[in-house]
Design a binder for this molecule. Structure first.
Ligand code: SAH
Length: 216
């Protein structure tokens, strides 16, 4: 049996801190959340410096990508967060450690179901998962203080901008089908100011305000 806690500490010490991740609460959360339990087939690679397949042609993001996107959200602990693209549920668990409540949407029912089992088995009571097109947001519980999109999109979906609180932050990979750049957008008085960050590569966001189904 491998010592997963040791591997997790090594992941933080060799992949996150040297690349500039500083938020102490985030580093503690990444030392805590058992990433290997969010991966079925490649558990032995769970703490490696890479994205991994989670079935249905989708991936769990590289640990560093989870860390940088979460750090850019500037969570203090009292935020209501919307995540688009639940996937394995790993990012949702990291968000659950750092915020008040997490609403997460996944379009593939089989992935959402497995993610929900994992999230509940780990005892996170502040995460709600829904199956559907996340580009439409979650209007009944809007507004959200933070929104994170974990699939690549041609633009930030308009409904999500509308469902962001004033002073809120959206982090999203925006670009073409195969390569994107992380965008951090802040909303002030109804309009967004955007900053570009790290280049990245995500599976496509498929939906009304994302890519068409033929890109799936
Ligand atoms: N955050 C995930 C990684 C997600 S991969 C993790 O920690 O494991 C991206 C996910 O977005 C995939 O599961 C894909 O099915 C989902 N997705 C793509 N388009 C979507 C949409 N419009 N709404 C909700 N989920 C979507």
């Amino acid at each position: 049996m491998e010592n997963f806690k040791e591997l997790r500490d090594m992941m933080v010490d060799t992949q996150l801190i040297p690349r500039g991740i500083k938020d102490e609460r985030l580093l503690a959360a990444m030392r805590k959340v058992p990433r290997h339990l969010f991966i079925d087939e490649f558990m032995h690679k769970a703490y490696d410096d890479m994205a991994l397949p989670i079935g249905e042609d989708q991936t769990i993001s590289q640990p560093y990508m989870v860390a940088i996107m979460t750090e850019l959200l500037e969570l203090k602990g009292d935020e209501k967060v919307l995540e688009i693209g639940t996937g394995s549920g790993y990012q949702s668990a990291v968000l659950a450690e750092l915020s008040l409540s997490v609403f997460t949407i996944e379009r593939r029912a089989a992935l959402a179901e497995r993610a929900e089992e994992r999230i509940h088995a780990l005892g996170y009571g502040n995460v709600q998962i829904r199956v559907g097109d996340g580009t439409l947001g979650w209007p009944e519980d809007a507004p959200f203080d933070r929104i994170i999109i974990t699939a690549g999109s041609p633009q930030i979906p308009k409904p999500l901008i509308e469902q962001l609180s004033d002073g809120g932050i959206i982090v999203a990979p925006v670009g073409d089908r195969f390569s994107q750049q992380l965008i951090v957008a802040r909303k002030f008085k109804g309009s967004l100011s955007e900053q570009l960050h790290t280049p990245c590569m995500f599976v496509p966001l498929i939906g009304e305000y994302g890519w068409g189904k033929d890109e799936d």
